[in-house]
Design a protein around this ligand. Structure first.
Ligand code: NAD
Length: 264
């Protein structure tokens, strides 16, 4: 099926790599016009170029630090001047820095909250007027299974993703109450094959294949996710097919948070 988001305009943060790149490509395949934003303007441009090679004029790239209010204002202005509307916001950009409470530096904690939480605050706050002007829309916040169950090593990251869950529900209810026709949902993937896991493998001095294998072993369905396993959910939430869904946590985790597989 194609054209599920035909005629809509989407802004995807962190669209130069991994999940954000795949979400941008997939939304474009389904007919949306795309603004690819990223801290790294070269990779954002590479994603936009790839989309434009399929459909000329369908994508533009923008340099964007998602923790900066000013950058958000600029990127939203660019979106409006390029495409005249905004219907889909995918708050995807994020960082993961590991460490337990006794080791994590306060600066690291703050950095993770700024990139993973302040970004969603500014993005939603500043995008709402544009979405209202466009007749409504869908905000998709990329959280994680880390929001749903704890791990000693993912203190800063897990708290940031749990904050994204709460923010999602609060914003969803505000928009519903105001009858804005704007929905807001979060997606909670488990481990995905992206450069984020490659960096974790590097830091641990292990090969990426080895890390995929050992993380896959703890997932009941037996493997880590491909980016497309998540972007199909992005398409669903972005499209009018999910028009009665808001404030929800969509979990894509191969059964990881359902329980555990007994070994006896
Ligand atoms: N990979 C996983 O296992 C996994 C699992 C669950 C959730 N997630 C979430 O998915 C999202 C995407 O992660 P990914 O795995 O594709 O990682 P990635 O590192 O491949 O991509 C992240 C992108 O965000 C950009 N970015 C980083 N800081 C930024 C900033 N301040 N402003 C703008 N852009 C910035 C990077 O340049 C990069 O292009 C993140 O929110 C992450 O927490 C990832």
């Amino acid at each position: 099926m194609h054209g599920r988001v035909e005629g809509k305009t989407a802004l995807i943060t962190g669209g130069g790599s991994g999940l954000g790149r795949e979400a941008a490509m997939h939304l474009a395949e389904e007919g949306a016009n795309i603004v690819v934003s990223d801290l790294n303007d070269d990779t954002a441009q590479a994603t936009a170029d790839e989309i434009n090679a399929q459909r000329q004029g369908a994508a533009v790239a923008a340099r964007h630090d998602v923790s900066s209010e000013e950058d958000w204002a600029d990127v939203l202005k660019t979106t409006n001047s390029q495409f005249g509307s905004l219907h889909i916001l995918v708050n995807n950009a994020g960082i993961s820095i590991h460490g337990p409470i006794e080791e994590v530096a306060f600066e690291t904690w703050k950095q993770v909250q700024e990139v993973n939480v302040d970004s969603v605050f500014w993005g939603c706050k500043l995008a709402l007027p544009y979405m209202r002007e466009s007749g409504g829309g869908s905000i998709i916040n990329i959280s994680s299974t880390a929001a749903l169950y704890a791990n000693p090593m993912t203190l800063s990251y897990g708290v940031s993703k749990a904050s994204v869950s709460y923010m999602t529900k609060s914003i969803a209810l505000h928009c519903a109450q105001q009858r804005y026709n704007i929905r807001c949902n979060s997606i909670h993937p488990t481990f995905i094959k992206t450069p984020l896991l490659e960096r974790l493998a590097d830091a641990a001095g292990r090969t990426v294949e080895d890390v995929h294998q050992s993380l896959g072993d703890v997932v009941p369905l037996g493997e880590v996710l491909e980016p497309r396993d998540v972007t199909f959910a992005v398409i669903y939430l972005a499209s009018d097919e999910s028009k009665m869904m808001t404030g929800a946590e969509l979990v894509i985790d191969g059964g990881l948070t359902a329980g555990y597989l007994p070994k006896i």
